[in-house]
Structures are given as C-alpha cells and as structure tokens.
Design a protein around this ligand. Sequence first.
Ligand code: 6CS
Ligand code: FE
Length: 305
Amino acid sequence: MTDLYPSRCEPDPRILPRLEPVVHGSRDPAAPLTPAQIERFDRDGYLVLHNLFTPEEVAALRESATHILADPTALARETVITEPGGAEVRSVFMIHRQSAVMSRLASDVRLAGLARFLLNDEVYIHQSRLNYKPGFVGKEFYWHSDFETWHVEDGMPRMRALSMSILLAPNSELNGPLMVMPGSHRKYLTCVGETPENHYRSSLKRQEYGVPDPDALAALAVEHGIVAATGQAGTVVIFDCNTMHGSNGNITPFPRANAFFVYNAISNRLLAPFGPKSPRPEFVASRQCMPVLDRPAATLLEAAS
Ligand code: 6CS
Ligand code: FE
C-alpha cells in the first residue's frame, strides 16, 4: 500500500495535510453526540465529556485500577512499564485483556458507541493502558501525534482511530493533565530520524524518536494554542489519533490515573509497519482485530462486583 503519511525517512520535517475526515459518521439525529459536540470534535480534534460515569462506577474503576497496580507480577510482564530511571509503574498496557472490569469498560456503549459513530465502522481495541502518573515522581509524555507512531511503527494506514481517556482521579491544571493543541489534528507533522529496532522498549518510558521538531511544534502552538483537558474523575476525554498532545510531569502529591482505550476502525486494521521491518508486539498494537461487543452482558457495576 502507498505510504500516504511518510515519516522518519527524510532529512527535513514537513507538514502534510490530513487526507481523511475527522468525523466519519453522518450528523443524523440518532447520533449519540449533539450536533454541537460533533462540530467541536471535528474542529478541535478532542472533546471533553464531563461526568460520563457515576461516582459509584468511578469507585469501582478505581478499585480495579488499584487491584491491577497492587500486584504487577500477576500481569504479563512486558505490559508493565516503569518510569524512566525508577521502579514506579508508569503504565500497564493491554488492560482490556487482563482485567474483567477494564474489558467491560472498553465495550461500554458510552465509549464504544461513540467510537463506532465517529469512525462510522465496527471498532476494535488497538491498544489499551492504565497511565499512572504517581504523585511527586510521574514523568512527562512529550509532545507527539499518536498516529505518527501507529502509522510508522504499527502500519496503521489511515487516520480513522481515536483515543478515549477515562479520568479515574481528578485531572487538574496541576497534576500533569493531558494537553492538546486544538485543531492540530488536521496537519501531519513528519519526523526526522530512523526508528531503532524494538523502539517501544524505550519509547513507552520516554519517546525520543517520532517526536516533532521544536520549530514545527512552536509554530503549531502559536497557531492553535494549548489547552489542558481537565475534569473530575468520571470525565472522558476523546481525542483524534492525530491530535498533537503531551503532558507534564506530576510533582504534586495527587496521582493522575487514567484508563486509555484506542479504538480503531475495523477497515483500518494494521498492515506491515511503514518504517521498521518488525511489527510491535500484540500488547501495544493489536493485530487480532476482535470487534468490541456492542451489547455486553453485564453492567459495569456487575462486572466489578
Ligand atoms: O507508542 C505508543 O503507542 C504510545 N505512546 C504514546 C506516547 N502515546 C500513544 C501510546 O500510548
Ligand atoms: Fe499519546
């Protein structure tokens, strides 16, 4: 397949136009989002849905996250990522296949239903993770476009995927919330530099390749601004696969725990990587493409009981 978004293969960075729509679904009255919400996601490349989950559901999700974190040895070892230079857990990947509660959360219609609408297709989980940004020691996630990595390193052909971050603790301006550049999703910033083999072993701790150059980032920030996606626990932040985002470290005592699910359109399943020879492993880039159930049997609280 032609590489429509070549990156990490030229000496100088470029800005290419986005070729796909942002909202693939039609704006019909049966849509699970209001016309204003649809337009905002289309325009900004992200959307904050406050209090999508009840306090009881949030409590169950936090208990599940605490249980997952309490015994990392019970998890597939490669899915547990520690902070650079430390032993604190930074992320746990593939949570939808290691926790019944997280599996049920991923298929919740309040999430998967929105993904099916926005992507106008059946969806599967490309990647899931619990990002813990522990108090005092949680490190930053530098600016990047997820799609640039998922295209180059995973072979994701088109921009027809999105992330949903479920806030399990308050994300304030202070404890390292997700920061986005509104509108940046319509520009594809190519990166320079080769991709090291098995890059994910270091990039999930601190990404140093597939990182846009400072001049392009500065120009993007001046043109689009930077917004912190804050909210109470139970809020959901939806962001397009190509929205430029990052987050600061957390030196407050208050952890910033979020569950992330990446929904990819079934029609956009991974091909061979467009960059390195060998594909990244299943836990970080799924090639099994199991469609998310649209009518899970139990409720979220039942799955947690
Ligand atoms: O490489 C990846 O897939 C992961 N890295 C970042 C910084 N965001 C997306 C994803 O978690
Ligand atoms: Fe990311």
